[in-house]
Each structure stands twice: as C-alpha cells, then as structure tokens.
Design a protein around this ligand. Structure first.
Ligand code: MLT
Length: 217
C-alpha cells in the first residue's frame, strides 16, 4: 500500500482515500466518523475491520462549534431532517464520484459509521441504497422515516449497540433493525453491555461478521 496514493482529488469534500493493494479486496469501506471526528478518526478501525479493503473517509461538512458532523441537529437526538436528506444525497453523490476518480468498484462499498456517522449511513441505506453494498452501523438511531420504504433486499447490515447507551435506548436500536428488516435487509444485531463507546467485543463481532459477509458475496 502506498500512503502517497492517499490522493486528494478535489471531490468537494475533505477526505482520505487509501486504495486496496492490487488484487487484494474488491471492497471499499466508507468510514463515517462520529461528532467531533474527522477523516482520520476511523482509519485504524477500518484497517483492522477488513485488512486489504480500500478506505474512503470523508470529513462531515457541518460544524457544531468546532466539531465536524455529517448533518445538522436541533438538539441531541433531534435531527434537522431537511438538512439530513440533503446531506445524505450529497454524500451518496460523493461516493459515486470517488468511485470514478479512484477507480474502485462502486458496487462493493460498505459503510462503516459510528454514532453521527452511523446515522447518516442508515439514512443513506433508506434514501440512496444503491451506493451501499452493506453497512456496519455502530450505535445508530432511526435517522428519519422515508416516504417510501426502499428495497434493501438481502443487503448485509451489522448493528452494534450498547445495552446501557445513554444516547440510544435499546428500543431505538430495535426500531431501526425492524425498519431495515422490513425493507428486506439481512440485519445482524449485536448488543454489548456498555454505553455509547465501541467495545472490544463489539469490534470483534463486527470484524467477524464483515469477514464472513464479504467472503460470501
Ligand atoms: C447524532 O447527532 O447523530 C447523534 O446524536 C449521535 C451524535 O451525538 O453524534
């Protein structure tokens, strides 16, 4: 892997792109950080989740104070849905443009999002499912209710959640899992016994799941 190829083509987003080594993996992980993160925050996680995958990691364009996010919120857990919709389309268009610019397979993109990043990943599944092959959603909420349920037929989705997450109650996680399943997705739900942070056992479960899902395609 040549880090120098972390080319910064101007696709309208601050981002990192790290290509997969030749002939290694057809998958690209779309890394979506939590509030206050940036394009570097999830690179190590992405590398360990699926070694040899390409990594595409944009920085959220909305600032809350000095903290980057992927969309505006009115309060904690209360989203500006119009902004979320617009930013979801903008992100999906960025992924398509990046697949052309960096020549990765646009049909093998797996979103890996944490918290705010998991919420825009879930929104992308609901509004622009064609840009994602699957997703690893770590501590997501139901981001919005789509006017029409998309077809997520058999898309593999892993949801990691905390039984004692002060931001995301268990019923909210289950509501999202039910929504995605009712659209046809193949959802695996993993609860750890902690809060909003990503625990080691949650990471290990996501890693095992992604390895299996990406080999079964
Ligand atoms: C959000 O705003 O997306 C959620 O409240 C999670 C977060 O605080 O980032």
């Amino acid at each position: 892997m040549n880090p120098a190829v972390e080319a910064k083509r101007d696709l309208g987003w601050a981002h990192q792109f790290i290509p997969a080594p030749p002939d290694k993996s057809p998958f690209t992980l779309l890394l979506l950080h939590g509030t206050g993160g940036n394009e570097d925050s999830l690179l190590d996680l992405g590398r360990s989740l699926l070694p040899n995958a390409a990594l595409l990691s944009p920085r959220g364009k909305v600032l809350e104070g000095s903290m980057p996010r992927f969309f505006r919120r009115l309060a904690e857990g209360v989203f500006d849905v119009d902004d979320l919709k617009q930013r979801t389309h903008e992100l999906a268009d960025f992924v398509s443009a990046a697949s052309v610019a960096y020549e990765f397979d646009a049909t093998k993109v797996v979103a890996v999002g944490y918290s705010n990043g998991a919420n825009i990943a879930a929104s992308t599944l609901l509004l622009r499912p064609e840009v994602l092959w699957g997703a690893v959603l770590l501590h997501p909420m139901v981001p919005l209710m789509p006017d029409e349920l998309p077809s997520l037929s058999s898309k593999p989705i892993f949801i990691g959640a905390g039984r004692f997450d002060p931001m995301v109650p268990v019923v909210e996680t289950e509501r999202l899992a039910d929504l995605l399943r009712s659209a046809g997705a193949d959802v695996t739900l993993f609860f750890q016994d902690n809060g909003h942070g990503i625990t080691q056992d949650e990471f290990a479960a996501a890693q095992k799941w992604l390895k299996k899902a990406s080999h079964a395609f």
